[in-house]
Design a protein around this ligand. Structure first.
Ligand SMILES: Cc1cc2nc3c(=O)[nH]c(=O)nc-3n(C[C@H](O)[C@H](O)[C@H](O)COP(=O)(O)OP(=O)(O)OC[C@H]3O[C@@H](n4cnc5c(N)ncnc54)[C@H](O)[C@@H]3O)c2cc1C
Length: 334
């Protein structure tokens, strides 16, 4: 695809911050603009302040389009999506990039419908090839990648998973001062009969492990007592828990908690392996975690060379102490 049609990246500023997802999206858009030899800009629902402008500039954002009034539409995705599509049309955008989070995944189909665009969710990679642009996305959890070719005829709406975004975060060598352009909807949006009044975050105890942020996992080095302590600890700390195959075989949990080659392939921010030897069948399922910590009573356990931090210790001593400390810290209530 030659220089035709801009790339627009919709950047959410949760809590007024350009978070890692936002920074990743800017880095992604900047790279993509290079690959597709085109221009790009960011679209925001909230007018950026000076600090945020500098943050955008640090990621090479040439321009920021502020959607006036969009702040009030953040909980009405159908309106916000239509508004974003209006901006994309006005800017003759060829690609609209969104993060694959609650908001982005809800907005994407609305924007695609309004633009009569192709849509692809959870994009991993995108590269130019002789027959078009090859887009690869996750399929069937994280086990398979599906590749599609986009010929550039229709606009394209894409969501990129926050984890893929966190891997491309790259500030530019020379920061820029982005131009800020304000726009208004073509007609005011009327109120909806139904309005979102709040959001319930996923419960780490029940969330699919492939989506979990922090996982404490129990291996065969746990007995029934330490396993129950680990589960209690994960509940107190509001994190997810997983197990190795031998623990699953004991019938202590369901199959959905098993991590590894035949279980779930996980990619959390933090994976804590307790009493896990580190077989290739298990390590294969955790190696893409951002940080891995292991606790094992055998200093020669094969897991240690595969982790960021390792502790040699006995879980029978460690877990009760950890539990006691956490309870003292947070008052013991889960
Ligand atoms: C085809 C195939 C597929 C498989 N798929 C999977 C899979 O998806 N997931 C998976 O997990 N396994 C899988 N396995 C099994 C895998 O090969 C290992 O047998 C398994 O991962 C080992 O689990 P473990 O580390 O809990 O147990 P072990 O290997 O028995 O290790 C227990 C560890 O705990 C330590 N320990 C003992 N007591 C204590 C204590 N008190 N305090 C601290 N540490 C202690 C020991 O030093 C040891 O390192 C698969 C096997 C096959 C053949």
């Amino acid at each position: 695809m030659s220089r035709s049609g801009k790339i627009l990246a919709f950047v959410d500023l949760p809590g007024g911050e350009l978070d890692e997802t936002g920074r990743g999206l800017l880095s992604y858009a900047s790279r993509l603009a290079g690959t597709l030899d085109t221009t790009w800009g960011a679209v925001v629902a909230v007018h950026p302040d000076c600090g945020q402008l500098a943050d955008f500039g640090a990621y090479g954002t040439p321009e920021i389009i502020h959607m006036i009034g969009a702040e009030n539409l953040l909980d009405i995705p159908s309106h916000l999506g239509k508004y974003l599509a209006q901006v994309a049309k006005a800017e003759a955008a060829k690609v609209v990039l969104l993060p694959h989070n609650d908001l982005g995944a809800t907005l994407a189909p609305v924007v695609a419908h309004e633009l009569d665009a192709a849509i692809l969710t959870e994009l991993i990679t995108l590269r130019q090839s002789s027959d078009g642009v090859r887009l690869s996305r996750k399929a069937l959890g994280v086990r398979l990648a599906e590749t599609r070719i986009w010929d550039g005829q229709q606009p394209l709406v894409v969501t990129v998973s926050p984890r893929a975004l966190s891997q491309v975060v790259m500030p530019t060598v020379r920061s820029v001062t982005p131009a800020v352009i304000s726009c208004r909807p073509t007609a005011p949006f009327t109120c909806e009969a139904a309005k979102i009044t709040g959001r319930i975050p996923p419960d780490p105890q029940t969330v699919d492990l492939t989506e979990a942020e922090v996982i404490f996992s129990a291996g065969k080095g746990c007995d029934q007592t330490t396993f129950d302590q680990l589960k209690e600890l994960s509940k107190l700390l509001n994190v997810s828990f997983g197990v190795t195959r031998p623990v699953y075989d004991l019938g202590w949990t369901g199959f959905e908690r098993m991590v590894g080659q035949t279980g779930r392939t996980v990619t959390p921010r933090l994976y804590v392996a307790m009493g896990i030897s580190g077989s290739m069948h298990h390590v294969g399922g955790i190696k893409d975690s951002r940080r891995i910590i292991a606790i094992n009573n055998d200093p020669r356990a094969p897991i240690f060379p595969n982790v960021d931090e390792g502790f040699v210790g006995d879980l029978k001593e460690l877990l009760p102490r950890l539990l006691q400390q956490v309870k003292a810290e947070i008052g013991g209530a889960p």
